[in-house]
Every structure is written in structure tokens, then in C-alpha cells.
Design a binder for this molecule. Structure first.
Ligand code: ADP
Ligand code: ZN
Ligand code: ZN
Length: 732
């Protein structure tokens, strides 16, 4: 008795067997291919499962098996290579396969709706209609004519039928007789073409020729090119080559804020159908983009993290821009790295992949140095731009106003008066990170997190930046009822207020997630700034990501010290990336720019390195330190996390897990913890973690398999939830 083996979205890491739907023949059964969606009863619900295979028998006795309700896709919608990728990802990230498969489909297909191809509404003959003898409808000549037309031309668009004088009434009566049915005339994929590229400078020309020379098939290329060196031009020319071969290109970018600018450059260069995926899409738009990628009518697919799982009919190239960016890692649920999945996908599709960044991750540099990736470099700015000079601004014993030293204020003034733009970086939004009572010392804290509330003066609210809790800002201390509440520390709102007073003749633009609401906000701002009028830009990390501001020629980091003493093992890597990216906004046109880092620690080795070494050199030195400590990419890490209403419960769970796996752990793997997470309580849940370090990937995978298998057998009390994170971004 054959059974359908299915992956079902559920926390259970196993497959489920079902009997075929009633009335299905053996022949139909054996024509089924993995990947088809199948509607099944599951517990008390009806869900969409994904076919893994038709198996000759089941471990479950036949009488306990339920029958599937319907096969939704007679032919799977995704190709075997994408399925393989999902199998790999579920295995590598130890995430339930059903959840992984579900994640690749748009909402309506997940919900079990029939697949609708893109195209135009039309009509065709039914089997019955096809079998009808000619002349059968002799008494209704209009109907007979319509049948003849459909017999000759297959599916015909409704609009064309109307043009030929076929009325709605005729179509309706033919349909009622079961002779014709509605159908979709599929989209015709038009060939794509590319406009003239820029004429390349010598460095770019070398890179392009190396890329085009590489053998067909899978190769991973790392393009390490300083900010403004013309990486995007390289992407465009490589994509042009891919389109010319008649294949599709997939481009990953880190943030939605980047989409409009990137999209413009693509639209200007290519005469092609470009499908864009980002979190701002509605369900219907997302479905159309997905389907266009799948049926091959989209030539280029551009998207953020999750776009890496887009089905593509004929993938010929993957580009991952800003490959070091933290947003490629999904931090909850299915915790995957889109960059790493992209490399695996290129391997399975046997196509080239290009990872690009001014500040590549140590992982990618490590792979390049080990010869696994082909390494390409752009060391000069393209066109006329020159690299900025970086200096520190010692603020010890200096009076600071809203975080700014007198020296910085006067540097900003000089630039504005010279008709130039200044960009100030402060990675903390809100007015002040703390509200304190001057009389009794009370501090406003979040009720659900181990965190202070941030003062948002303009909204007159206190907000938690970790769980989103929010409450009105009052003038009175709730503890002593005094009226001396003080906003302590610095946020962008406060500095903005000061700048507006100080520089009232010039516009001040604040750029953070509070001020940049709405999907066009960032694009509108970029357009405004790039008119080139003198102004001040003040913003958080949002400002540093890939935007081009040719008129900016002073960049200042207001609170450099906030980055200096991170306890995370990636702290110094992140700082070098962030400072290099911020600095990269300066001097992009013909004026040389300058970068000022305000600090109390001008002699700190990390800052000295910023002043004296390129990012490439800093990264290599950091890599040597990782090698010495066995941290990634020299070694492998994984974290098991719990979150729970009760502080002890989570830690006990992890302790039991540690005790029960210690004896069987593969040699070389070592566990650290359990320990409370750095912020133990968040959104009302207590969080703990158990860290595992291993010398190589194989050991880490074996240990992960063991931990997950044992964790699944442990009783989880009081709503405890656990998760595993392979290659975590943050651990301390
Ligand atoms: P990156 O992606 O490395 O930051 P871009 O590709 O955005 O760099 O290029 C930076 C600027 O230099 C852009 O304005 C781009 O139009 C220009 N540019 C790139 N390549 C060339 C070239 N070969 N000749 C002239 N200008 C170029
Ligand atoms: Zn008080
Ligand atoms: Zn909170």
C-alpha cells in the first residue's frame, strides 16, 4: 500500500505519512513528484503539506493513517534544485522541513489555494468540446464558429473573442454545455536587453575580465572594493552577460531603504522585466513577483533576505550586495543566513555567485584566503572621487553641547558656509536613553524587559526599544512625586534640536526609523539631499547603508566610544565595518572629504587601526586573533536558547540538556553555560542560553544533531520555548 510522505509545517522535526486521496489511481500516484502541495487533515485542522515522496510502505499501521484530501499541484511549482536547497537548509539549520518549505511560498499558496499562472483571461475547449464532432452545433452558427476558432487556435484571450464578435451569451451557453472553460493565456517572456555600460577604469576592467573568464558553473567570487569603487557597475555588467545568455539573475540587497536607489539604476540600465521583493509588498504584488520569477518572465529578481528562496526557472547568476550586512541573518523562527544559503544555492544550481562589499565579513575573507572563493579587489574610487582622510577628535575635558564639541561645531559651520553638506552619525534614536529623577534617583524602566525606557520628546512618550512598549511622558516622578525628571544621555532628537538652533539658516535632516516612516521617505530624502544644497544630515545606521550623497564632504561620528567596548566577539569587526561605511559617505564627488571621530580614547588600538590601516588590513589582523581564540570563522559556534515565563525553568532545561548530552558529545566540541542571556528579560520572557563551540563544521553539525534530538525529548514546562541558532550573529 503506497503512502504519501509529507513535510508539514509544525515544530516537529519529522515527516508524516498519509494515504492517497480517495479515487486516486496507482498510475496517478506514481506520476507525483516531490514538492507538490497536498491538502491534509492535521490534528483538528486542515493544512497544506509538501510531498517528499511516494513510499511503498509506512511504519505507521495502515488503519491509523489518514487520507490526504487533495493533491493541489499535479506538477510541483518549484524545481528539484530549489527543493534540494530547502532540504539542505532544514538540515543545516536544524529547522523543521515543513516550516522551511512553507516559507518559500506566497501566502495564498500556503493557504492551499489553487495555483494561478500569470497571464490574460481567455477560453479554451474542454475535453468534451475537443471530442465533439464537427458540425454538431449546426443550429447555432455563432456557437459553432466559436468552437472552430478555439479548435484552431487553442486558448484565446477573452478580449480577442470579443473583437471577433463573440458575445458573452455565446460563451456562457457553451460553458453551460461543458464544451469550453476559462483558461489563462500565459505571459510571453520577452528577451531582455542592456543599455551601454560605463567605460570601465583599469581596475574594474581587470575584475570584469576575470569574472567573465571564469568557467561556466559554480564559482564563488568575493569582490572586495572600497566604498564608491564601482562595484555596482560590475554587478550591472555581469548581469548583462547573464541576461544575454538568456538566464535570470538574482540580486540580494540588505535593506528596504536601499531598494529605490538600486532599482533605479537597474531600470535605467536594462530593458527587462524586474521583479522586486521587499517587506512592503502587499500579498497580491508579492504573488505576481513570485510567479514572474517562477515562470521565467522576470529576468532580474531583486530582494532582501527571504528572496534567496524565490523559485527561478533558469537561474544564471546570484549577486549578494553588502554581503557583510547583519540583516542577511534571520534572527527568529527559521534562523538562516541568506548569504550562506545563497552560496549553497549557486552550488546546487551550478551557477556563479558574486559576494560584494567594501567591508567583507571575516567569514568571506577567510574563505577567499583559503582559496575557496575567487578574490577580486577594487582599491580606488571609480570616476573622480577620492578617499576621505580620517582623524580623531579628542573630546576629553571639552565642553559638549548635545554631544558635539566646539571643534566639531566649527568644522560643520565651515562646510556649510562653503556650500557643502555635513553628515553626523549617532546610532541612538529618541531624545535621551534614560529618564531619571534628580530628587530620588528613580529611573524609568520597561516593565517587561531588563532595559531602560527611551525618552521621545516630540511624541511626549517613553518607549522601550526592545519590546515596543510605550507610555506617556509625565513631568512627575512616580516614586517621590517630585518634579525634577532629567533626560540623561544622548539621542538623535536631542542633537537635532541643538543643530536646528545652532544652524538655523540651514536645513537639518534627521534620518532614523522614527523619522523615516513610509515607503518613499528615504527616496524622497535622498533626492532632496542630492540637489546638493548645503545641509546637515543627522542619522543612525540607516544613513550608512549604501546611499550615495555626492555633496557630503564632512562626516563626523558623534559617539565613537559607544562602539569601542563591545563584549561580543564580533564587536571589533562590526565597528570597523560601520566606521568604514560611515566614512565612505564622505567625498564621493570631486572634493576630498574628511571624517572626524569624536572620542575620549584617541589612543585605543581599534581607533588607531582605523586611522592607519585599510579595512582589508584590519580584517586580516582580526582574523588572526579569531584564529588564536578558535572563534568563527576559525571555529564554529551554535547557541541553544530558551525563553520562558520563569527564570529558573529555562536554565534548568539547558542544564538537563547539557547533562544528558555531555557524554556523547563529539570530540573537540565544548559547551559553555547555561547562562542568562545578555538581556535576561525581554518582552516579559526570561531568556537563557547554552553555547557550543566546535573546531570545524562537521563536529558542530554532529553536536547540533545530538542537542536537538535530546532537546525534543525533554519536558518543556510552563510554556518554555527553545530554539537552536547555527552560526549565530551575537552570543554575548
Ligand atoms: P560602489 O557600489 O562600489 O559603492 P558604485 O558602483 O555605486 O560604487 O560607483 C560609485 C560612483 O562611481 C557612481 O556614481 C558610479 O556611477 C561611478 N562610477 C562607477 N564606475 C565608473 C566608471 N567606470 N567611470 C565613471 N564613473 C564610474
Ligand atoms: Zn523621584
Ligand atoms: Zn521592553
Amino acid at each position: 500500500m503506497s503512502v504519501l510522505r509529507l513535510a508539514i509545517p509544525s515544530p516537529l522535526r519529522r515527516a508524516f505519512d498519509y494515504l492517497p486521496p480517495a479515487g486516486m489511481s496507482e498510475a496517478q500516484l506514481h506520476n507525483l513528484q516531490p514538492g507538490s502541495r497536498v491538502r491534509v487533515p492535521f490534528g483538528r485542522r486542515e493544512v497544506t503539506g509538501y510531498l517528499l515522496g511516494v513510499e511503498p510502505d509506512s511504519d505507521v499501521p495502515e488503519k491509523s493513517l489518514k487520507a490526504a484530501l487533495a493533491i493541489l499541484d499535479p506538477v510541483p511549482l518549484v524545481n528539484p534544485r530549489l527543493l534540494q536547497l530547502c532540504y539542505w537548509a532544514a538540515d543545516y539549520y536544524h529547522h523543521p522541513l515543513g516550516e522551511v518549505l512553507k516559507a518559500i511560498y506566497p501566502k495564498r499558496l500556503r493557504a492551499g489555494k489553487t495555483h494561478q499562472p500569470l497571464g490574460t483571461a481567455g477560453w479554451r475547449l474542454t475535453t468534451h468540446g475537443l471530442g465533439l464532432a464537427p458540425g454538431a452545433l449546426a443550429r447555432s452558427p455563432r456557437q459553432a464558429q466559436t468552437l472552430t476558432m478555439l479548435r484552431e487556435r487553442g486558448t484565446v484571450k477573452t478580449a480577442q473573442l470579443k473583437d471577433q464578435g463573440v458575445s458573452q451569451a455565446v460563451l456562457r451557453s457553451l460553458r453551460d454545455k461543458g464544451l469550453i472553460e476559462e483558461a489563462v493565456v500565459p505571459m510571453q517572456a520577452q528577451p531582455a536587453s542592456s543599455g551601454q555600460g560605463l567605460s570601465l577604469n583599469p581596475e574594474q576592467a581587470i575584475v570584469i575580465s576575470e569574472l567573465l573568464k571564469a568557467p561556466a558553473g559554480f564559482v564563488c567570487h568575493l569582490l572586495e572594493g572600497v566604498t564608491g569603487s564601482g562595484k555596482t557597475e560590475i554587478y550591472l555588467q555581469l548581469i548583462a552577460d547573464c541576461l544575454q545568455r538568456g538566464q535570470q539573475a538574482l540580486v540580494l540587497i540588505p535593506e528596504i531603504g536601499l531598494t529605490p536607489q538600486t532599482l533605479n539604476r537597474f531600470e535605467q540600465r536594462f530593458c527587462a522585466n524586474i521583479a522586486v521583493f521587499h517587506s512592503g509588498l502587499g500579498d497580491a504584488q508579492r504573488y505576481r513577483a513570485w510567479e514572474a520569477a517562477r515562470d521565467g518572465s522576470a529576468h532580474i529578481v531583486i530582494g532582501t533576505r527571504s528572496a534567496i528562496f524565490t523559485p527561478l526557472r533558469n537561474l544564471g547568476l546570484i549577486v549578494v550586495d553588502e554581503e557583510h550586512d547583519g540583516s542577511y541573518k534571520q534572527q527568529d523562527g527559521f534562523r538562516y543566513s541568506a548569504r550562506d544559503v545563497a552560496v549553497k544555492r549557486a552550488q546546487l544550481e551550478d551557477c556563479p555567485i558574486l559576494l560584494g562589499s567594501a567591508t567583507p565579513s571575516l567569514e568571506s575573507i577567510h574563505n577567499a584566503l583559503a582559496g575557496r572563493y575567487q578574490h577580486h579587489r577594487l582599491t580606488q574610487r571609480a570616476g573622480s572621487g577620492r578617499m576621505p582622510t580620517i582623524t580623531t577628535l579628542d573630546v576629553r575635558r571639552q565642553a559638549l553641547q548635545a554631544g558635539l564639541s566646539a571643534a566639531l561645531v566649527s568644522a560643520i559651520k565651515d562646510k556649510l558656509e562653503a556650500g557643502q553638506q555635513a553628515l553626523l552619525f549617532l546610532n541612538r534614536r529618541g531624545y535621551a536613553p534614560t529618564l531619571q529623577c534628580h530628587d530620588c534617583g528613580w529611573i524609568a524602566e520597561c516593565e517587561a524587559c531588563d532595559a531602560r525606557l527611551t525618552v521621545h520628546r516630540r511624541l511626549r512618550r517613553l518607549r522601550c526599544h526592545h519590546c515596543g512598549a510605550s507610555r506617556p511622558l509625565s513631568r512627575q516622578c512616580p516614586h517621590c512625586h517630585g518634579n525634577s525628571l532629567l533626560a540623561a544621555g544622548l539621542g538623535t532628537e536631542q542633537t537635532e534640536e541643538f543643530l536646528r538652533e545652532q544652524f538655523s539658516q540651514w536645513p537639518v535632516y534627521r534620518v532614523d526609523s522614527d523619522s523615516m516612516q513610509g515607503k518613499d521617505a528615504m527616496q524622497d530624502l535622498v533626492t532632496e539631499i542630492n540637489k546638493g544644497e548645503p545641509c546637515i544630515l543627522l542619522g543612525t545606521q540607516m544613513l550608512t547603508k549604501g546611499h550615495h550623497f555626492p555633496g557630503v564632504n564632512l562626516v563626523a561620528v558623534i559617539d565613537t566610544d559607544a562602539m569601542l567596548f563591545s563584549t561580543d566577539f564580533r564587536g571589533e569587526e562590526r565597528m570597523a565595518q560601520l566606521l568604514t561605511q560611515v566614512a565612505g559617505r564622505a567625498g564621493r564627488a570631486d572634493l576630498p572629504g574628511s571624517v572626524m571621530l569624536q572620542t575620549h580614547y584617541p589612543d585605543h588600538p581599534a581607533l588607531q587601526a582605523m586611522l592607519n590601516c585599510s579595512y582589508a588590513q584590519q580584517a586580516r589582523e582580526q582574523l588572526a586573533r579569531r584564529q588564536a581564540t578558535g572563534m568563527p570563522p576559525a571555529g564554529q559556534l551554535l547557541v541553544l536558547r530558551t525563553d520562558c515565563d520563569d527564570a529558573e525553568c529555562g536554565e534548568q532545561f539547558l542544564q538537563d540538556l547539557r547533562d544528558q548530552t555531555a557524554a556523547d558529545l563529539p570530540a573537540g566540541a565544548a559547551m559553555i553555560g547555561p547562562l542568562p542571556s545578555p538581556m535576561q528579560r525581554r518582552a516579559g520572557k526570561f531568556r537563557s542560553q547554552l553555547l557550543l563551540r566546535a573546531p570545524n563544521r562537521r563536529t558542530a553539525q554532529a553536536a547540533a544533531g545530538l542537542l536537538v534530538a535530546v532537546a525534543e525529548t525533554l519536558p518543556a514546562r510552563r510554556g518554555l520555548k527553545w530554539s537552536i541558532d547555527i552560526d549565530p550573529q551575537d552570543v554575548f
